[in-house]
Design a protein around this ligand. Sequence first.
Ligand SMILES: [Zn+2]
Length: 320
Amino acid sequence: MRKVLAFDLGGTKFAFGVVNEDGSVLGSGRVETFAEKGPAQACERVAEAAHQLLTELKLKPVDFVAIGVASPGPLDIARGCVDGSPNLPGWTGFSITEYLSNSFGGLPARIDNDCNAAALGEYRFGAGKGKKNVVYITVSTGIGGGAVIDGRLMRGSNGNAAELGHIPLTMDGPRCGCGNPGCWEVYASGTAIARRAREALASGRASTLAGLAGGAEHVTTHHILQAMAAGDGLSKEIWDESINYLGRGLGAVINTFNPDVIVVGGGVTAAGDALFVPMRKSASSYAFPRLSAVCTIVPAGLGGNVGVVGAAACAFEHVS
Ligand SMILES: [Zn+2]
């Protein structure tokens, strides 16, 4: 079976794996990125660790058809570079694909936006398997998105399509990392949900939340759910608002893409039914009935492997 060597670059971890054409992962590993120290040291260490994995698996670069890299955007896809990613300062202009290609016998290497790669991974091997129109959304530190429409990953003009976290929900909301006010992710990401809880606590609202978390500054969505289950009114209010914000964004996604399925991943999905059941209802209320009727909203299927398997899916697409 054909294999690719896949890399998943993040601000803290640089993961890699050997992935078969059926999406199965033969072996994987990760190194610290130490993003602030620049790209050369991170690429050098990840390449060395990947070479070790190949040795353990008794494989050589010649046993692979390609290298795939998933990275936070924006990206210069043609040159294989990060281009102004806030979590990877100083990386702009360094060709990650060229470095990795040179390290592994000149294998063709391809970089894609991590959420677009995750969308293709979930479409081919995960919760979107068998569907033609799959939108992937991750709700964690921010909100990321990717879309496979009519069976093709939607990359856009220069590979940066589907920045869905930056759908504007309001004209005058809190300022987003992208510079604009009121983006979806400043209301509904895991970070934003916790921030709204902290703001409510700082305004003097009574709640068991701060005590439960060991201080207002430590509040996460996990604590909000825990406090809500124990009857805390403020936590229920914050969660209901979050569901409403998530639903509004998902409604916009349904109306924009008319997908068969929206696959939702990221840390906040650990909430399970407490998230998915009300979020589905909220999303349908913000979308046209004809479109929401055909769209299911489901948890991601690839779990922690989504980055590596997504990068592999993009690499296979490139060589086939
Ligand atoms: Zn934004």
